[in-house]
Design a protein around this ligand. Sequence first.
Ligand code: ADP
Ligand code: MN
Length: 330
Amino acid sequence: MADLSSTHALSSQVGGHAGVTTTEDGSLLIKPALHRELEFYQKLQRDSSLDELRAFTPKFLGTLRLEGQVDPAHADLTQGLSLVLENVSYPFLKPNILDIKLGTVLYDETASEEKVARMLKTAKETTSLETGVRLTGFQVYDNVTSLPVNTPKSYGKSIRADQLGEGIAKFFPVGTPVSAADHVDAVVDGAALSPSSGLLRETLVPILHAIREEVALIREVFSEIELRMVGGSLLVIYEADWARAEEGIKQYLADEEEEGAEEEEEEEEGEEEDDDEATAKRPGPPFVVKLIDFAHTLFAPGQGPDQGVLLGMDTVLKLLDARLKEITTS
Ligand code: ADP
Ligand code: MN
């Protein structure tokens, strides 16, 4: 059981504001609660029509009241109250993490005139308005140093739409077996990535493909839900440890195949399968894709799905397809 009494800053945070912390063991996240995010997660728990969407969000474990943390500067902050969420990067040995901000509209109806003007300008000057995405930030493990290399949000803000593919290539580099000479070139700071980052092609391709399918599923579910998601993100994580990633994706594909077979069997047998021996020694997941950050998300009955976010998801699908093509034909 995670100890909630002692927390520290989330070291693998690739975007957003300061204030996200983890429990000592790293399994849970503590995030200051804004009214809308709290309402969103609470509705997600009660409303069974949102079951499919809930599967693509971090598990919500409840709220926590921190003593003596009153911040009068933030009126929409529910004073001292925090959300307790599953840290979805926890099961990974070396998580490569990408935060993609979704949507073309970056302000909600509570924003001041000044903020609306500022956010319109930001959307127009970045990739957001045209493509519905902005690369908020990412971390990629270096194979030589075994340390994560961070690319800050200034990078994603500076690129044009036609450079998004380069950004995605930086997040999904193809690795080559490391030689001693690589040590000399290892770069550990800024946006530069050492050429020694990346999974081997034969591991990366099926992982990329599975991530693509997951995003397509999320898009399908999202297109059926009437809400406005402002400033939310798609969080994409995959395992950078070669052995773990390889074992993980093999297990994932085997599980998928078994699920497919079971669905066919179920009609005949109607019996529950026991997979106890299978779950005992499972490797960590090879990847995870979640929707996060609902601080400015509102349900919008009767208004249809969020078209700007759907555009963003379509952009992500195109970028993943293009990267897959690059890797498999190079
Ligand atoms: P903010 O409102 O500050 O943008 P976010 O909810 O977007 O807050 O979180 C900021 C960052 O923290 C994300 O970019 C991501 O790196 C990390 N993060 C957020 N939620 C999770 C989670 N459930 N599991 C793992 N990492 C998370
Ligand atoms: Mn965020």
